[in-house]
Design a protein around this ligand. Structure first.
Ligand SMILES: Cc1ncc(COP(=O)(O)O)c(C=O)c1O
Length: 300
């Protein structure tokens, strides 16, 4: 179904699948909209922290956390805010748990075309036995650089998509028709669009990550998406203004004119994010170059 952004697909999927009292599992660090929308809908949340530096999934812990109330698991690959890409074996282990405990997965795959180091994106729904319990959501905001255009989509088993259609109609009536025509035009572009986009993001990732490393941030280079979650603790001992994530965020604006998102936005316990800032490198190259120069001038 065509939806009002992938966000519209997420809302419709959650309203469709969840009954009062149902619990949803979400991995940390998370994308804030997933959590805040679920909270607004009154869902119970079960947070499972992933393990840095590679944000590995603690499958034993996940299995222990599943209860009678658990209805669904949210996954986001490639992930915001850290760029983790779920591997085939991650997805197989997740599917095993979904089947054994009769759960649904909602997979947010909006960064599927932003991948690095020859990594491949794999949709959970494409694994044998997964389709019937997976709602795949995505959209065009990132792929075609049109974040204000509210067009996305969901793919899933027919009975679920039919109910999602009713709910989407109730909440939004429909995805804006002129924008649907606009996206249709984008579909006519050749495959080279994706190759060029991949090359451009690879260059931007290198620029952003190597700048942060030179300054002293501790980072894991993202496997996908266009964010890097940077640990600034090595800077706190030699520089003022890096006491916690809110202070660091302010310091970067004041000293380098660079905006970031404070780490607490991605964790249930804000303290778990207090050493992190999320940088976004989805900017025109000259703007990103300028930002990196300003960061170096201020903090090297
Ligand atoms: C993981 C993730 N999902 C969804 C969205 C929003 O997508 P859309 O514009 O299609 O609603 C974002 C935007 O930042 C995102 O990071």
């Amino acid at each position: 179904m065509v939806t009002v952004g992938s966000t519209g697909a997420f809302v419709a999927a959650m309203f469709t699948l969840l009954d009062p009292g149902d619990e949803v599992v979400i991995f940390e660090p998370f994308y804030g909209y997933h959590v805040n929308l679920l909270k607004a809908m009154g869902a119970r949340l079960c947070h499972i922290p992933t393990i840095p530096p590679d944000w590995d999934i603690p499958f034993d812990r996940l299995e222990e956390a599943v209860s009678d109330r658990t209805k669904a698991i949210i996954i986001n690959t490639p992930g915001n805010p850290h760029g983790k890409v779920w591997s085939e074996s991650d997805l197989e282990r997740l599917l095993d748990i979904l089947i054994r405990y009769d759960l649904y997965a909602i997979t947010d795959e909006i960064y599927e075309y932003m991948l690095y180091d020859d990594r491949r994106h794999l949709s959970l729904a494409s694994l044998p036995g997964a389709f019937d319990r997976t709602v795949t959501i995505s959209g065009f905001s990132k792929t075609y650089n049109m974040t204000g255009w509210r067009i996305g989509y969901a793919i899933g088993p027919e009975p679920i998509i039919c109910k999602m259609g009713l709910l989407s109609d109730l909440i939004y009536i429909c995805a804006p028709t002129p924008l649907q025509h606009g996206v249709y035009e984008a579909f006519q572009m050749s495959g080279s669009y994706f190759d060029e986009m991949g090359k451009a993001y690879t260059e931007k990732r290198t620029l952003m990550c190597s700048t942060l490393e030179q300054i002293g941030f501790n980072i894991t280079w993202p496997q996908g998406s266009y964010y890097v979650l940077a640990d600034f603790s090595p800077l706190s001992s030699r520089l003022k203004g890096f006491g916690d994530d809110a202070a660091a965020c302010k310091t970067l604006v004041e000293k380098a004119n660079v905006g970031t998102v404070a780490g607490n936005s991605f964790f249930n316990n804000p303290d778990d994010g207090r050493h992190y800032l999320r940088f976004c490198f989805a900017k025109e190259l000259p703007v990103l170059q300028q930002a990196c120069t300003q960061l170096k001038q201020a903090f090297l």
